[in-house]
Structures are given as C-alpha cells and as structure tokens.
Design a protein around this ligand. Structure first.
Ligand code: SAH
Length: 214
C-alpha cells in the first residue's frame, strides 16, 4: 500500500477541517498533513482514513479521531528533542505525530498484539521511536524519567500520581479524565509538589486499564 497524491489531497482537506475546529499549532497541522494515516488502519477502512473518525485497530481498541490527536498534541507543546512518554501506543499514529514533531518518544502499550504491530510498522514508515514498550502505563517509565511531556491516550478513571512524579519541572501531562466520558486535562508541574491544572472539552476514549492484557 502506498501514499498516493489522492491521499495527500484527502489529508489537506482533513487539515482544513482541523483548522476550522480550532487547531492552531502549525507544526501539529503540518505533521497531520504529512503522515499517511491510511497506512495505520486495516485495509477495510482505507477509504475512511481521512475522515475525522475513530476506527478499530484490533484487540478491541480504536485509533483516536484526528481532532483528538491534534488537540492533545497541541496541549503538549512539543519542542524538538523533548523527551515524551506516550501511554497507549495503539496503532502508532499518535506516536508518529510526536516523532514528526521531532520529539524523542517512548511509548507504552498493554496489548501485546498492538505493541508488536506498531514495533514492526512504525520503522517501515520511517518513524523511529526511542523505545516502544510492552507494559503497564500506570507505572510510567521510571528509568527514563523525568519527561518534558506525558501523553495518555486512554480514558483515565483517576490521575496516576506516578505519572505526575515523572514530569520535569515545567513538564506537561495531558490526560483525559473520567469514566463514561472524559474531560481533557492538562497538568503543568510548577515545582516539586505544585501542579497547575487546566480543564478543556469532553472527549470519548477507550479505558485506561491497569496491568498488561492477558
Ligand atoms: N494513540 C493510539 C490510541 C489508541 S487507543 C492511536 O493513535 O492509535 C488507547 C490505547 O491505550 C489502546 O491501545 C489501549 O490498549 C492502551 N492502553 C490502555 N490502558 C493502558 C495501560 N495501562 N498501559 C498502556 N497502554 C494502555
């Protein structure tokens, strides 16, 4: 499967939709405009890859809506060389966006099947993460902490203290918080024990579950 001019046309249209919905960060828009999202989906969904929709990626999980990916990436304010921890590798699409933003990306996935697939496919497409990890995102990645940014791509019933503790001072945790629906939430670490909290719109994610899947 290739990336064809028709796909670029569809991506340009998607970028316009994201702009119309309020995404302003040109680096995020450029990343979404350049990444072949159709190559992260199963072939049965190819025709829909550039609609602002979520789709199944296997193991009962979904690839996030492009708008959700753009919104979370914008909140994270990634700078080149930033050390970023993503929780929920899933299809690897959000991982690719972070890599296109020139971050050093560590990404954890609890579903073995998805982890294995992303590990195989991302490098083929030219997206090199620092490390893709099969494990439980609730414990973060202590050996690589602290991070400039941590991005949780699953709906969290509560905010894990471990993740807050793995942020640099000035670092940002973007996490959708809630059970049925989630409030997009940003924490900025101000000092060792002070965090600024900002709440945004409501989103809908698959759940952030503890432990690796059996
Ligand atoms: N970023 C992904 C979104 C996938 S959906 C993409 O763009 O495709 C969220 C993912 O989070 C799912 O793959 C799910 O298996 C994973 N997940 C849920 N709980 C987790 C945990 N405790 N640790 C790691 N990954 C988790």
């Amino acid at each position: 499967m290739n990336d064809l001019p028709k796909h670029q046309g569809l991506r340009n249209r998607l970028v316009q939709i994201l702009k119309d919905k309020g995404i302003k960060d040109t680096k995020v828009l450029d990343a979404i405009g350049s990444i072949p999202r159709h190559l992260f989906l199963d072939s049965s969904f190819l025709d829909f890859a550039y609609q602002n929709k979520a789709f199944p990626i296997g193991a009962n999980q979904t690839i996030s809506h492009p708008y959700t990916v753009a919104f979370q990436s914008e909140l994270l304010q990634v700078k080149p060389k930033d050390k970023i921890l993503e929780i929920g590798t899933g299809s690897g699409y959000q991982t690719a966006v972070l890599i296109a933003l020139k971050a050093e990306v560590y990404s954890i996935e609890r579903q073995k099947e998805l982890h294995v697939k992303a590990k195989k496919e991302l490098p083929k497409l030219g997206y090199l993460a620092k490390k893709l990890i099969y494990g439980d995102g609730y414990i973060g990645l202590k050996e690589q902490a602290p991070f400039d940014g941590i991005l949780v791509t699953a709906g969290a019933p509560f905010v894990p203290k471990t993740l807050l503790a793995q942020l640099k001072i000035g670092g940002r945790l973007v996490i959708p918080v809630g059970n049925e629906k989630q409030i997009m939430t940003l924490f900025i670490r101000k000092s060792n024990n002070e965090f600024e909290k900002h709440e945004f719109d409501e989103f809908s994610f698959v759940p952030f579950l503890e432990n690796t899947a059996k």
